[in-house]
Write a protein that binds this ligand. Structure first.
Ligand code: PLP
Length: 450
C-alpha cells in the first residue's frame, strides 16, 4: 500500500473532532485511520497492512472490494439509485427471490430492513401480533442489536444501561458446556438440562404470555457456543407445544459463516421467523431483513402489517445482495468456509491450544471460531473478569496489540478472541493469520498459570 501519513492525520483529526463512535467513551478511543482494503486485508496510511480476522464486525463474508459486487453497485447506481419501498423493483425482487430460495423450509417472504437490530425489532413485532401475546424469551450470552427493543433482548452488558421495565423480556440460559449452568459433564446432559430449564422457565412465565423465543442459531459475539445436537430441535418442539413463535437470529451466523448458507441448516431446524443482515451483501450497503414463514405471512395477508422503513429493500443494498449471493454461489464461497475451516483453521487452532497455556477451549465450525482464554485451564478462570475494562482488561489488550503488531486484526470480546475471517480466505492467508495468533497467544500466556 502507498503511504500518506499527512492524509491519515487529516482523516484522524476530523474523526476526533466530529465523529461520535459506537459503544465508546469518546475521549478514550484511538480509531485507526484506514486508507483502503481488498480481499482479506486492509491498510492504514502509514503502510501497515492487516489481515482481517474479524471481517469488520463479522460481516465481510466475501472480503473487501469484490470486483463483481462493486461493479453491480456501480451499474445499479447508474440505472436506479433509489426507489420507495411500495413499488416492485428488479433488484429488490431478485434479492428476495435469491434469499427465499436459500432460507430453510417455508421461510419464503422477505421483509427488508436496514440492518440486524431492526430485523429483530420487526420479528418481535410480527410475533406479538401473530400470537396476541407480548413476552419475549431470549438467552443470556446473546447479542441482538443496539435499538431499544433489540438491546433489551440482548443478554450481555450492553443491555444494562438501556434496560426498560416495559420491554417484557425474560432471559434464560442456553447450552454452554464449558461453563455449564447445569452441572453437566457431557453434551447430552447439557442439552437435556438446558431444555428442561427452558421448559420450566416457560411454565413459570406462563406459556400463554409468551409471544416469541429468540436465539442466535450459534451465539456469535457472546462466544460461538455451537449448541449440542438436539437442542434447537428441542426448542422447536417446545415452541410448537406452547404456541410460541420461534425466531432464529442469523444476523452473524448466516450467509456462509458456518460453512452452510445458514447455521439452521447444520441443525436441520426451521424457525417461524429468521433475521439476517451482515453477510447478505457483505455489508457493502446496509441491509437486513426477516424471512417469514407461510403461517406468519398469512396473518398479514388481509390485515396490514403495522411497520415499515423508508429504505426497506433499498435498490443499492439489494443489488449488492444479488451480486454477493451470486458470487458466493459461483465461487463456492460457502464450501470454502467449510473446507478451509475444517482443514486449516480448526487443526491450526487445536495445535495452538496444545502449546499455549492461556487457551482454555477452542470451539466453532466453518469460518466461525472462538478461543476462550483462561488464567488456569483447570479452574477455567477467565483471563480477564466478565466485562472487564481498563487495567483489569490489560491481558486481552496486550494480546490484541501483539496480534496487530504482527499484521493481524483480531476480533476480541471479553476473554475471547474469535477467528472469523472472510469466508473467501485462502489456505495461505489462514496460515499467515494462525502464525500471528501464535505470537499474540505467547503474550496472553504470560498472564496464565503455566
Ligand atoms: N443480531 C446478531 C446475532 C448480531 O450479531 C448483530 C450485530 O452484531 C445484530 C443482531 C445487530 O445487527 P446490526 O448491528 O446490523 O443492527
Amino acid at each position: 500500500p502507498q503511504t500518506d501519513p499527512q492524509a491519515g492525520a487529516a482523516v484522524k483529526a476530523a474523526d476526533r473532532a466530529h465523529v461520535f463512535h459506537s459503544w465508546s467513551a469518546q475521549d478514550l478511543i484511538d480509531p485507526l485511520a484506514v486508507a483502503g482494503a481488498e480481499g482479506s486485508y486492509f491498510w492504514d496510511y502509514d503502510g501497515n497492512r492487516y489481515l482481517d480476522f474479524a471481517s469488520g464486525l463479522v460481516y465481510t463474508n466475501i472480503g473487501y472490494q469484490h470486483p463483481k459486487v462493486v461493479a453491480a453497485l456501480q451499474e445499479q447506481a447508474g440505472k436506479l439509485a433509489t426507489f420507495a419501498p411500495a413499488f416492485a423493483i428488479e433488484a429488490r425482487s431478485e434479492a428476495a427471490r435469491l434469499i427465499a430460495e436459500r432460507t430453510p423450509g417455508d421461510l419464503d417472504k422477505i421483509f427488508f430492513t436496514n440492518g440486524g437490530a431492526d430485523a429483530v425489532e420487526h420479528a418481535v413485532r410480527m410475533a406479538r401480533l401473530h400470537t396476541g401475546r407480548s413476552k419475549v424469551l431470549s438467552a443470556y450470552r446473546s447479542y441482538h442489536g443496539g435499538t431499544q427493543q433489540a438491546v433489551n433482548i440482548t443478554g450481555d452488558p450492553r443491555r444494562w444501561p438501556s434496560d426498560s421495565g416495559t420491554a417484557g423480556v425474560v432471559h434464560f440460559w442456553a447450552p454452554y458446556l464449558y461453563r455449564s449452568r447445569f452441572y453437566a459433564e457431557t453434551e447430552q446432559q447439557e442439552c437435556e438440562r438446558a431444555l428442561e430449564h427452558l421448559e420450566t422457565t416457560i411454565a413459570f412465565e406462563g406459556p400463554g404470555t409468551i409471544a416469541a423465543l429468540i436465539l442466535e442459531t450459534i451465539p456469535g459475539t457472546a462466544g460461538i457456543m455451537v449448541p449440542p445436537r438436539g437442542y434447537l430441535a428441542g426448542v422447536r418442539d417446545l415452541c410448537d407445544k406452547y404456541g410460541i413463535v420461534f425466531v432464529l437470529d442469523e444476523v452473524m451466523a448466516g450467509f456462509g459463516r458456518t460453512g452452510e448458507w445458514f447455521a439452521a441448516d447444520l441443525f436441520e431446524v426451521t424457525p417461524d421467523l429468521m433475521t439476517f443482515a451482515k453477510g447478505v451483501n457483505s455489508g457493502y450497503v446496509p441491509l437486513g431483513g426477516v424471512a417469514i414463514s407461510g403461517k406468519i405471512a398469512e396473518t398479514f395477508a388481509k390485515r396490514p402489517y403495522p411497520g415499515g422503513l423508508t429504505y426497506s429493500g433499498h435498490p443499492l443494498a439489494c443489488a449488492a445482495a444479488v451480486a454477493t449471493i451470486n458470487v458466493m454461489a459461483e465461487e463456492g464461497v460457502v464450501a470454502n468456509a467449510a473446507v478451509v475451516g475444517a482443514q486449516v483453521i480448526e487443526p491450526g487452532l487445536r495445535e495452538l491450544a496444545a502449546r499455549h497455556a492461556s487457551v482454555g477451549e477452542v470451539r466453532g465450525v466453518g469460518m466461525f471460531w472462538a478461543l476462550e482464554l483462561v488464567k488456569n485451564r483447570e479452574t477455567r478462570e477467565p483471563l480477564v473478569p466478565y466485562n472487564a475494562a481498563g487495567e483489569a482488561n490489560a491481558p486481552m489488550a496486550a494480546f490484541a496489540a501483539t496480534a496487530k503488531a504482527n499484521g493481524l486484526w483480531p476480533f476480541v470480546n471479553m476473554n475471547r478472541t474469535h477467528v472469523v475471517p472472510p469466508c473467501t480466505i485462502t489456505e495461505a492467508e489462514a496460515k499467515e493469520g494462525l502464525a500471528a495468533l501464535d505470537a499474540a497467544l505467547s503474550v496472553a500466556d504470560k498472564y496464565a498459570e503455566q
